[in-house]
Design a protein around this ligand. Structure first.
Ligand code: S3P
Length: 186
């Protein structure tokens, strides 16, 4: 199978002997911004799941949810995950709800290394101001209530990561430096 992840910036060869680094956390925790920086720093290829799914389907996530429901979107996430199983050496940023399906996690881990970017729902929502509309699960009358519920439901799965970073008060560059140090065993 030839995998094409055209939304990603290919920097280095995919190498199954080097486990993927997977950034997990709520919407607004910084996965996409930090993921690109970590990939740059480590000379790896970065893949943002939502961007890749939008590219493949030719429509925004909101429209995918609208036309196929959340279940349709989750299926696309799962299929993309399967394509990544036998590859390696990438930095992956799946959407915040990807972790809720334990089968996604077990496709990649072991050997993938998971890093949880921890922020409170309040902070995550502040960061999403103006762009929360692109997140169908938050495009509701009480987005903070919704995000808090999602956080409570997913917290255990996020915390089962190999590394956890309190990303609340840090800049993307600081979070990046911490991740690079942790995954390099420094
Ligand atoms: C979702 C998070 C989004 C996106 C979709 C569902 C979730 O990704 O995958 O809107 O269930 O939390 P981000 O975490 O990149 O916002």
């Amino acid at each position: 199978m030839t995998a094409t992840f055209r939304s990603s910036q290919t920097v280095s060869a995919l190498d199954p002997s080097k486990p993927h680094i997977v950034l997990v956390g709520l919407s607004g925790s910084g996965k996409s911004t930090v993921g690109a920086l970590v990939a740059q720093k480590l000379g790896r290829t970065f893949l943002d799941f939502d961007a890749e799914i939008e590219r493949r389907e030719g429509m925004p996530i909101v429209q995918i949810f609208g036309e196929r429901g959340e279940a349709g979107f989750r299926l696309l996430e799962h299929k993309l995950t399967e394509e990544l199983k036998d590859l390696g050496n990438m930095v992956l940023a799946p959407g915040g709800g990807w972790i809720a399906d334990a089968s996604n996690v077990s496709i990649l881990r072991p050997p993938a290394v998971f890093v949880y970017l921890r922020v409170r729902p309040e902070t995550a929502l502040k960061r999403l101001t103006g762009v929360a509309g692109g997140r169908p699960l938050l495009n509701r009358p009480d987005p903070l209530g919704e995000l808090t519920k999602l956080f409570e439901a997913r917290r255990g799965a996020y915390q089962a990561s190999d590394h956890e970073i309190g990303a609340e008060l840090l800049t993307p560059q600081q979070v990046t430096d911490q991740i690079v140090a942790k995954v390099s065993g420094k």
